[in-house]
Design a protein around this ligand. Sequence first.
Ligand SMILES: CC(C)(C)[C@H](NC(=O)Nc1cc(F)cc(F)c1)C(=O)N(CC(=O)NO)CC1CCCC1
Ligand SMILES: [Zn+2]
Length: 185
Amino acid sequence: MITMKNIIREGNDTLRAEAKKATFPLSEEQQQLAHDMMEFLENSQDPEIAEKYHLRAGVGLAAPQVDVSLQMAAVLVPSEDGTAPLFKETIVNPVIISHSVQGAALSEGEGCLSVDRDVSGYVVRHDRITLRYYDLEGTQHKIRLKNYPAIVCQHEIDHLHGVLFYDHIDHDHPFTMQDEDLVID
Ligand SMILES: CC(C)(C)[C@H](NC(=O)Nc1cc(F)cc(F)c1)C(=O)N(CC(=O)NO)CC1CCCC1
Ligand SMILES: [Zn+2]
């Protein structure tokens, strides 16, 4: 199983590399990695397992974060009421093919499983995106996401291109946004 010691941190070059596009069919190893990444997110959101293995509650994990430079990320956004997750998917070779002009940022800013420090400031992203990606079988999907699931997917897609959340913060004006941009709680 993946635990925090498998997650690479700032300073590891893999986090800043352009990840390689996957080709289908995925190898057994790549399919196993996808499973392990989603299992990590599920474990991390289970209070008992998270406490036992000292996991940070995660909603997304990209392959480069476990030192595999491949365009694949697991996303697991839980619902507020603990029923079916808002979004659960392993996205392979994801591309944002269109997006809203309107921006959005989480009111508390962002963190990252690979960043062991607080970096404050709004991370302004697209409020709505149309995302094209492939699933583990190689089937192409085209979906529209908004608000928190859209933020998480943009954060994970950034990792596939060597971008970290704080690259988006304007350190001179960390809490300034355009008038029409949304703040998501
Ligand atoms: C960095 C960390 C604080 C661990 C963050 N967790 C998180 O947002 N937890 C969370 C939120 C919920 F709404 C419900 C819940 F069950 C758990 C996270 O996983 N990420 C993913 C990451 O680092 N991927 O590389 C950072 C988020 C910042 C904005 C989007 C993803
Ligand atoms: Zn991250």
